[in-house]
Design a protein around this ligand. Structure first.
Ligand SMILES: O=P(O)(O)OC[C@H]1O[C@H](OP(=O)(O)OP(=O)(O)O)[C@H](O)[C@@H]1O
Ligand SMILES: NC(=O)CC[C@H](N)C(=O)O
Ligand SMILES: [Mg+2]
Length: 507
């Protein structure tokens, strides 16, 4: 997952973009970037690292201008070279900078077309750079220097017709303004916000509504699946549905894990959906484990806390904080390699022994993906003297790779792949293990907005909403992006890709 943001304001946007990226940090910890437009020039700073480390005062001072976009990255395609940090940039037409959350499923086929037909060179292995070039080529024939909104929307229509996969995009065009659009299935989230000033209205788009809150924009609405939003430099807003058959099927994993609880996605409070998940799972535990003597419910910080509290309420059992999270360590799951992920669990979480000693504990997590966290946490609970250790997951068993912006390319790496629940329990050494049912998960989220009829649930069901994902594609991403592939020497070479960054005229 990545975080994207874009602002067209009446004054400098650098600080607001930075503050928005800080609250979107949970969506991508590998790299961050901001590109602003000032006086017909782009100013760019992007680098590997957390937002707070990438931007120093000297960079912020150079990021001048009233229009800009930002990105924090969690790679799902290409390499983790800083050259693939975003925003990306092309010089033609006009000069376009571009940031993308999601993952394309037909990037490979398009690569050849972009070179042979569009005569455009892609200098990285990033699917986002490819997407930018498809958009740029579609806009190439705009009639005048000042692009008409209809020309922007026609370019987005072309993008929709060529691209498959998940994409929430924001772009800034020199001399024109900001464009944002969302894929026709609405897999990745995107919201529109507005701020009124004495000089006129300012607009902002962001991956999550929490970014609007952080910088004082009020939430206007979600960008609809397939829709494009264009704000010109004068601050006028234009919108158009650019997909022929849009449908709203957001990624359910946003609600399970990715998004912050204080965000709203497609009319759904992420927090409320997690409370509902806790209630549903609590009811299942009460039904199926009525004979178990659970003394205490303990969350595995941070994301599962809202779920665990509701499970405790439903079971009428005490809720206790048995693990303390080190506030300076980021999310484990979105770290780039398994070695780093394994090491970080114990650095990040420490047990309060008194909460475990002699007790039958029910540990709760939002999901079990590779089993990195659950296995170590159960070991820690036992070292702290727990009697029995039961484990509950607010998401069902994850058995299928993700192709839409979550870096889970390889079924073999998923602990539930090819295993029944008892076997998974054996692997993580739990005395009992229970998963949410998929119907209950969907219902928990849908309860908050009945207008949504379906979600992107492929990691649980193997049904990919875009309908174009076959075994050959899954094998190709497994080959390219599995842990084994990532540790192969070829990736090291890839890291030395030309790191073509552009700091603008004043660099
Ligand atoms: O089975 P695994 O492969 O370990 O993945 C699942 C775990 O990873 C995530 O936590 P993470 O530490 O990323 O973030 P959090 O602090 O938001 O819970 C998630 O909340 C689970 O705890
Ligand atoms: N997680 C994401 O949204 C990733 C965006 C893009 N596919 C990249 O790898 O950079
Ligand atoms: Mg977690």
């Amino acid at each position: 997952m990545c975080g994207i943001v874009g602002i067209v304001a009446k004054g400098p946007v650098n600080q607001d973009l930075y503050d928005a990226l800080i609250v979107l940090q949970h969506r991508g910890q590998d790299a961050a970037g901001i590109m602003t437009i000032d006086d017909g020039m782009f100013h760019l700073r992007k680098e590997n690292g957390l937002v707070r480390d990438v931007f120093r005062t000297r960079h912020m001072k150079r990021l001048t201008g009233n229009v800009g976009i930002g990105h924090c990255r969690y790679p799902t395609a290409g390499s983790s070279s800083s050259a693939e940090a975003q925003p990306f940039y092309v010089n033609s037409p006009f000069g376009i900078s571009f940031a993308h959350n999601g993952n394309l499923t037909n990037a490979h086929e398009l690569q050849d077309e972009v070179f042979r037909i569009s005569r455009r060179h892609i200098n990285t292995t990033s699917d986002s750079e490819l997407l930018l070039n498809i958009f740029a080529h579609a806009l190439q024939n705009a009639a005048s220097f000042e692009v008409h909104p209809e020309e922007i929307f026609a370019a987005v229509e072309t993008v929709h017709s060529k691209i498959r996969g998940a994409y929430a995009v924001v772009a800034a065009i020199i001399g024109n303004g900001m464009v944002a659009f969302r894929d026709p299935h609405g897999i990745r989230p995107l919201v529109l916000g507005k701020r009124q000033t004495e000089h006129g209205d300012e607009y902002m788009v962001a991956s999550e509504s929490v970014a609007l809150d952080a910088v004082g924009f009020h939430f206007v609405r979600d960008v609809a699946p397939g829709e494009a939003v264009y704000v010109n430099e004068a601050g006028e807003l234009f919108t158009k549905q650019c997909a022929s058959k849009p449908s709203c099927t957001p990624c359910i994993f946003e609600f399970v894990y990715f998004a912050r609880p204080d965000s709203f996605i497609d009319g759904i409070s992420v927090y409320a959906s997690r409370v509902n998940m806790g209630r549903k799972l609590g009811e299942k535990i009460a039904r199926e484990w009525s004979d178990l003597d659970i003394d205490v419910v303990i969350p595995i910080p941070e994301t599962s806390m809202d779920v665990a509290l509701q499970i405790a309420n439903t079971l009428e059992k005490p809720y206790r904080q048995g693990f303390v999270k080190n506030r300076y360590i980021g999310r484990t799951f979105i770290m780039p390699g398994q070695t780093q992920r394994r090491k970080s669990v114990r650095r990040k979480l420490n047990a309060i022994s008194s909460e475990f000693k002699g007790k039958n504990v029910l540990l709760v997590d939002d999901s079990i993906v590779r089993g990195t966290t659950s296995e170590q946490i159960i070991e820690m609970a036992r070292e702290s003297g727990a009697n029995k250790v039961y484990f509950a997951s607010a998401a069902p068993e994850i058995r299928f790779p993700n192709v839409y912006g979550i870096d889970m390319p390889s079924a073999n790496e998923l602990i539930a792949y090819g295993r029944e629940i008892e076997q998974i329990a054996d692997c993580i050494k739990a005395d009992g293990l229970i998963f949410q049912d998929i119907e209950d998960l969907v219902e928990a989220v849908r309860e908050e907005n009945n207008n949504l009829t379906a979600f992107e649930t492929s990691v649980f069901t193997g049904n990919y909403i875009t309908g174009d994902v076959d075994q050959a594609y899954l094998e190709s991403i497994d080959k390219a992006r599995s842990e084994k592939a990532k540790s192969a020497p070829v990736v090291q070479e890839e890291l030395s890709n030309l790191e073509m960054h552009n700091m603008g005229r004043n660099a």
